[in-house]
Design a protein around this ligand. Sequence first.
Ligand code: RIB
Length: 307
Amino acid sequence: MKPRIVVVGSLNADLVQRIDRLPRPGETLTGSELRIISGGKGANQAYAASLLGGRVSMLGQVGSDAFGPLLIASLERAGVDTANILAIEGATGTAGIFVLPAGENIIILSAGANGTLSPAAIREPLKTLAADSLLLVQLEVPLATTEFALRMARERGAITILDPAPAQTLPAKLCALVDYLTPNQTEAALLLGSTEEIESYERAEAAARKLLALGPQNVILKLGALGVVVANSRGCERVPGFPVQAVDTTAAGDTFNAAFAVALGEGKPPLAAARFANAAASISVTRPGAQSSIPQRAEVDQLLSVK
Ligand code: RIB
């Protein structure tokens, strides 16, 4: 039986260019041809969870421009239930993405319809959450809406997974509703109010322990190529990544979260789920774009069978 996964979050049209370097203030540079790719942290997680084996519903909002139908169509091609994506008057969310030669990206968001997704808009569909479901949320829709979704999921016994991206400080009452908090290094530092670089397992373990004190049941600290650290009240474990040549890291974190949810929903323990998620994310960074980079389930199973 496929795990039931509900995603509450953003849908963005990603306007992507590859560049050799960042411009200085006042400077004009030419990048690659512009590509329009379906993205948004919420939509990427829904897309990936569906490809990787979940029964997925996406709750979110698009605008009345041409991007809305494009983003919904992409999710439908991946098998996501889009019946609860609302279309409102105005602009769809967009993300200007600049990808540097080593694969890192710089993202500038324009929230569009994501910025007004209200608790009222998601209340009815969230009533279908049950103890066998998982909720995936991120931080590209209003915080009150994310907190509302987490509360409804918790009341119904569903597993809650919060990707605290883009980074912002979080109220303790929201953190207490989270079963799995999954920051990357930058997000973890911001949540802790620290300027220290988290670039080793040792520092990640120390940061993960401090993050647990904010209230989530488990912390999964994403360390890029190093893999992740999984921390909870029983201790801290390292789950190494899969070495690959990265061309574009866009949506790697989204792929990780979706894969982790699918694996948990299939009954894997957290460490095995993290290994599965590391494998999925490692494939995504070898390909350009957001949803365009997300692997099929068979590709992840194949990678895990040879490693
Ligand atoms: O996580 C990657 C995503 O962040 C992109 O698809 C972009 O839309 C931004 O939301």
